[in-house]
Every structure is written in C-alpha cells, then in structure tokens.
Design a protein around this ligand. Structure first.
Ligand SMILES: [Zn+2]
Length: 203
C-alpha cells in the first residue's frame, strides 16, 4: 500500500474536523489548530510577541532587572562567540526559568552529554540581551530574557532547512522538549533563524 494514501486521508480528516482549507491559512495557525485538536497544546500559554512588545504582557517591560534571574543549567554550555569559554549559568526572565531548565534537563536525559555536544546543543548564542531585532527597529524578545539562541554558527539567521542543522531529524526530540514548554521555534514555524526559540507566539 502507498504510504501517501492514508496520510492524505488523515490530513482530510483533520481539515474537516478543524474546518480548515488547504490554502490560505498561515502555517503557524494550522499547526496550532492541529495541536489543539490532538490535545497536544502545552499547559503553558505564553503571550504573543506583539503583546510582549506592548510591555503589557505578563513579562512586563523590556530589560527590567527585577524580572531577571540567573538559572543553573544542567550541563555546561560553550559561548558561540568564544567556544573555549563555558558557562553553566543563564540569565533569563523569571517566568521562563522553569521551562528553560526543563528543556535542557530533558535534552541531557535524552541525548547524553557526548551526543548533545556533537549536535551543538551545548553551544549558547545568548539569552537575555537588551537589543533591537537584527535588521530592524522592534525590540528583540531577547531584551525580555524570553528568547534563546542555540548554536548560531550552524543555524544562521538566513539559513533554511536542511542546511540549518537544527532543522534536521537528529533534533526532533529537542524540538519536542521546546514545544512541550509552549515555546515557539522560528525555524519550525517560518524556516529561518533556526538558532532561536522564544516564549511568545508569532502573531
Ligand atoms: Zn534569537
């Protein structure tokens, strides 16, 4: 039997169930609707990035020191811009601290130290950073400490799948851990900036 036949039927069932059309629906909305239908919606519901940028979301205003905490990471990470230096601390918004710890603990439990290191999952491109988005004026979500970059040297801003390493099948488990915490991957949603995930949706 052809594998494509049941998959097409499954897709039709999902579309019917969700009253979706194949065309004209932004990918992230389709993904969100399918996850909801399948009961995969994470318990943590983060605000949208436009709500965050308004300064009126649960994350408050950008770069507020009182909102930031330093967490202990479950394994040492290399700084992407200075690979001989490692850190086991990360500065982030206190509301995402638990989720970030969960993601990296699950990553360690699943891959083990040696494998995650081969995959560059121990290369930190940065988390809290009070700056604008690259090539724009909007404030980066890094300025709230709710976005993190992993291995930017292999996952450039304008690199797409499959060249961007984090787009490959080896990283499926890692992205599952990210999604379990309700975070959003720009790579998964938009196929660019694969290094980056954030605790805010893209609308
Ligand atoms: Zn980023």
């Amino acid at each position: 039997m052809f594998r494509s036949a049941p998959m097409q039927n499954d897709w039709k069932l999902i579309q019917n169930h969700l009253k979706l059309k194949a065309d004209g629906i932004p990918r992230e909305k389709t993904c969100a609707a399918i996850k909801k239908a399948l009961g995969l919606v994470p318990q943590t519901k983060w605000p949208s990035q436009s709500e965050v940028r308004s300064g009126k979301s649960i994350f408050g205003v950008a770069a507020k020191q009182a909102n930031l905490v330093t967490i202990d990471l479950p394994y040492p990470m290399k700084l992407s811009w200075e690979m001989t230096t490692t850190t086991q601390k990360l500065r982030c918004h206190h509301l995402v601290a638990e989720s970030l710890k969960n993601i990296f603990q699950n990553t360690l439990d699943h891959y083990g130290l040696e494998r995650l290191s081969e995959l560059g999952l121990d290369v930190l491109g940065g988390c809290f950073n009070n700056r604008a988005i690259i090539g724009g004026k909007a404030t980066s979500l890094h300025a709230w400490g709710i976005a993190i970059d992993i291995d930017p040297n292999h996952n450039g801003l304008n690199e797409h799948a499959p060249k961007a390493r984090l787009s490959r099948a080896d990283y499926d488990a890692f992205w599952k851990f990210v999604e379990q915490e309700g975070a959003t991957s720009l790579g998964k949603e938009r196929d660019y900036d694969w290094m980056h995930f954030q605790f805010a949706s893209l609308n």
